[in-house]
Design a protein around this ligand. Structure first.
Ligand code: PLP
Length: 449
């Protein structure tokens, strides 16, 4: 196929997520025809390591015959049936497998079409439960600056990335935002412990000020992913959960990115951060990106509050529990288990993190942070961690361009590059990836303008 045709169709007809209007119709996007393992092949046939792992989602890597077979077989058997008053056996089986691997009593699975709809469904369930419990005023959701929870109206309403809030209306009446939890921006002379204390007080004060009778839930990504891989101080999640429990506020852990092995465990909430939330939202790695699907896992305790009542949870999708997506999810899970991918991540992650932190030797790198197979390099042309927030918007894009020339795709977010490769990446490939990233950053540093 002619690259020029594809570019023209793309520019003329395909409106992309986060489409920038200034370059509308004139983009030079990398387009991908095929992918295998951790590599993508662009329109020129160049092979690149997929640094962002699709969009934090290609856990088991690309081009798995077994996945294609399982999905094709399910499509032949039963491609679709309405989930509203009927069910299908593969989705029921997938729900059971998810419940078996989830923390605590999160045994109820509401299937959605992706992460945004999983968050949306979680928030709507929280509203539903409080309405049924006779406390309709308990609706506010406490969230954090730089959080990203999705693109539906409700999920966007609790998302706190400022640049995303410029041009669209938000369901803000339900949301209360807490300040940044990035320890990089703690006060002058403030220790990490003092910073943690401040964050916990922020949460408790917000609940007390708004009134515990009006605050329904706290929602948090274990690691703020597209906000720039922000890892809150140690103990943060456990302390937040304690505050929530004290005030009868539900804890929603948004594991759309962190579940299914990204941090070396099925779910990070309990195994990495030691908490059992009331609700977990997940998507992405749920099917390793082979099919669009999300899930909202709800605890037995919350379900018991609504079970048996004369009410309907009027929320759902034509494609909830879609059989082909469920087949993809189950097969991906089987592959992760059979190939010991969770253990593999725990082995390779220290190498990944060491190489990531090594990049801080480069002059324009102002911070490196991450956990598991998630990493972020933050840059500023003047080496100042604060100025980078205001200026140098194109550094990330420049690094990406330099890396692509050398065989690595990175995901630029303003002045940051985030990395979350397929979980099957080997130690050698991790070295290869960071060798290229280092060269790319140094090249971008040379061509400052
Ligand atoms: N929640 C988190 C933490 C995410 O990172 C994302 C997407 O990046 C979402 C929710 C939304 O997921 P989706 O794009 O599948 O709707």
């Amino acid at each position: 196929m002619d690259n020029t045709d594809v570019r023209s169709w793309d520019n003329t007809h395909f409106v992309h997520p986060w489409e920038g209007m200034s370059a509308l119709g004139q983009n030079e996007r990398t387009f991908v025809e095929t992918a295998r393992g951790i590599h993508i092949f662009n329109g020129n046939g160049d092979r690149l390591i997929d640094g962002p792992g699709g969009m934090w989602c290609t856990q088991i890597g690309y081009g798995r015959e077994e996945m294609a077979e399982a999905m094709a077989e399910q499509a032949r058997q039963l491609a679709y049936f309405s989930p509203f008053s009927n069910t299908n056996s593969i989705a029921a089986r997938f729900a059971r497998e998810l419940a078996r691997r989830s923390p605590g009593d999160l045994n109820h699975v509401f299937f959605t079409t992706g992460g945004s709809t999983a968050v949306d469904s979680a928030l709507r369930f929280v509203q539903f439960r409080n309405n049924l419990l006779g406390r309709p005023e308990k609706k506010i959701v406490i969230t954090r600056q730089k959080a990203y929870h999705g693109s539906t109206y409700l999920a966007a309403g609790v998302s706190g990335k400022e640049r995303d809030r410029l041009w669209l209306d938000k369901a803000d009446q339900f949301a209360h935002f807490l300040p940044d939890v990035n320890p990089l921006y703690r006060g002058e002379g403030q220790s990490i412990e003092e910073f943690l204390e401040e964050k916990i007080v922020d949460l408790e004060n917000a609940i007390l000020t708004l009134g515990a009778d009006r605050v329904a839930a706290f929602i948090a990504e274990p690691i703020l992913a597209s906000g720039g891989v922000i890892v809150p101080p140690k103990g943060y999640h456990r302390r937040c959960l304690e505050v929530c429990r004290r005030h009868d506020v539900l804890y929603i852990s948004d594991e759309v990115v962190t579940a299914f092995g990204r941090l070396g465990h099925w779910f990070a909430s309990e195994d990495v951060f030691g908490i059992r939330p009331d609700i977990i939202t997940c998507a992405k790695g749920l099917t390793s990106g082979y099919a669009p699907m999300g899930a909202t896992l709800i605890s037995d305790r919350l379900i018991a509050d609504v079970a048996g009542r004369d009410a309907t949870f009027s929320n759902g999708y034509t494609y909830s529990g879609h059989p082909v997506c469920a087949a993809a999810g189950l097969t991906s899970m089987e592959i992760i288990e059979r190939e010991g991918i969770l253990e593999h991540v725990r082995t390779v992650a220290p190498v990944f993190q060491e190489r990531l932190h090594d990049l801080s030797r480069i002059g324009i790198v102002t911070d490196t942070r991450g956990m598991g197979l998630m990493g972020c390099v933050q840059c500023s042309l003047d080496g100042d961690k604060h100025s980078a927030l205001k200026a140098d918007y194109d550094i990330g894009a420049r690094i990406d361009a330099e890396c692509q020339k050398r065989g690595l795709l990175v995901r630029p977010i303003v002045n940051m590059c985030v990395m979350s490769p397929p979980l099957i990446i080997t130690e050698d490939q991790v070295h290869q990836m960071f060798d290229i990233l280092e060269e790319g950053i140094r090249a971008a540093e040379q061509c400052d303008g």
